[in-house]
Design a protein. Structure first.
Ligand SMILES: *Cc1c(COP(=O)(O)O)cnc(C)c1O
Length: 424
């Protein structure tokens, strides 16, 4: 069976898609991708779609980028994978050096994993063991924000505020302190610092919360207060890292130097699964001691630091500089803001437009529950050749970091048309 319908049937027969109701999957007009060029995905029937969600926020420079392809092929000629447990790999060391030179973390040490959630999980466990090693075992609590999202494993889910239908897992989640705003977080920090292991934030933009923006000055004050009270700061830059917000890391815009930083999504330019937890020298040093002692971090993933992923991540980091990608992010962001202001913000169906760098959300204001405006607007946009995927009634805009003025124009044009069509 060929053609998209055949592929959808074969897909639904054997694949279980994440965050997807499989009983409705086949009828939801899914895209079945066969290949891609630059910022366009091409389906099994040869139809092209502008990838305006960067394949769920991971793709930075584009798909099928010659330089990134070459980095992987070159590494394939050496070795695809060797374990990082107790041993090293040349290209992974080179990547760690390149990251260490760029992350806003003091004396950084990089522990690799494969998914963002795993990077968060590692940070949680490092912090927990850190205080245990320092003989302050009463410091076990984590302070996070309302609407936080840090991944889907049980630990990262515990930090998250729930939603997305995950409430049934509440019995598995450990309790955390949660604040409604960054200012409230500072207050809670001042009251509860004695039992706090760490404060966990997504700096500048809470992505999965629906692109909620936070004031860099307030975040800076939070960082200062963490330092003053000796509470560790974990910055989850899985979504914001690698140029998304206009600087390499969002923490830079807040003047934050976290004790632990979580990286993922764009780290390989969207090519291969890789994530990392970056620990400061102060945290790392606490784990130094005799072999096989309590000072070892007994944690590690089979594919952590994978050589192919490291090779493409290293080349990606170089290309961000060589192509001056951050300048493009800032320039296209200004254009995107202007276009949204002009054509989308004042539509009666639109409640709010939020944008930071090339990380944006258009929140719709449905008159009643159950209208599924988010879903329907995105389906309409896909029909018009622009791939969008919502978070509830927030339309996420995540163009690639190399996007052009013409593409920005097209995305906004299609979005406006789709909102007007669906939200009459
Ligand atoms: C996506 C995301 C994660 C989880 O990353 P996965 O690779 O999907 O496990 C964690 N934190 C933030 C802020 C994210 O946006």
């Amino acid at each position: 069976m060929t053609g998209i319908e055949g592929w959808v049937r074969r897909d639904a027969a054997v694949v279980w898609h994440g965050f997807t109701q499989m009983a409705a999957y086949a009828e939801s007009a899914p895209l079945i991708v066969e290949r891609a060029e630059g910022r366009e995905l091409i389906d099994v029937d040869g139809r092209r779609y502008l990838d305006a969600i960067s394949s769920l926020w991971v793709t930075t420079l584009g798909h099928h980028v010659a330089e990134l392809d070459a980095a992987i092929i070159d590494q394939l000629g050496r070795v695809a994978h060797s374990t990082m447990l107790g041993n090293g790999n040349r290209v992974t060391i080179e990547l760690a050096e390149a990251l260490a030179a760029r992350v806003p973390v003091d004396e950084p040490h990089v522990l690799f994993a494969s998914d963002g959630a795993a990077a968060v999980e590692q940070a949680l466990k490092i912090v927990f063991q850190y205080w245990w090693l320092r003989r302050e075992p009463e410091r076990t609590a984590y302070l996070t924000l309302d609407a936080a999202y840090h991944g889907d494993t049980v630990g990262s889910l515990s930090l998250g505020a729930g939603g997305f239908g995950t409430d049934l897992f509440d019995p598995l989640r450990f309790p955390v302190l949660r604040a409604p705003s960054v200012t409230a977080m500072v207050d809670l920090l001042r009251t509860h610092w004695r039992k706090l292991a760490a404060v966990v934030i997504e700096p500048l933009v809470q992505g999965a919360a629906g692109m909620m923006l936070h004031d860099p000055d307030a975040l800076h004050e939070l960082g200062e207060e963490c330092r003053r009270l000796g509470v560790l700061l974990i910055c989850d830059e899985v979504a914001t890292g690698f140029g998304r917000t206009g600087t390499l890391f969002a923490s830079e815009q807040c003047g934050l130097r976290p004790d632990l930083m979580c990286l993922g999504k764009g780290i390989t330019g969207g090519y291969l699964p890789m994530s990392a937890t970056v620990a400061s020298g102060r945290v790392f040093a606490e784990f130094l001691g005799p072999d096989l002692s309590e000072r070892t971090f007994y944690h590690g993933h089979s594919y952590g630091g994978n050589a192919l992923a490291a090779a493409v991540a290293l080349r990606h980091l170089q290309l961000l500089d060589e192509w001056d990608v951050l300048a493009n992010v800032r320039e296209r962001s200004i254009e995107l803001r202007a276009a949204l202001d002009e054509r989308v913000r004042s539509l009666p169906a639109v409640k709010e437009v939020r944008l930071c760098g090339l990380m944006g959300g258009v929140e719709l204001a449905p008159a009643a529950d159950g209208l599924r405006w988010g879903r329907r607007v995105c389906a309409e946009a896909v029909g018009r050749g622009v791939l969008l995927r919502p978070l509830g009634d927030v339309i996420v805009l995540m163009p690639m970091l190399t996007t052009t003025s013409a593409e920005i124009d097209r995305i906004v044009d299609v979005l406006q048309g789709a909102i007007v069509e669906v939200c009459r």
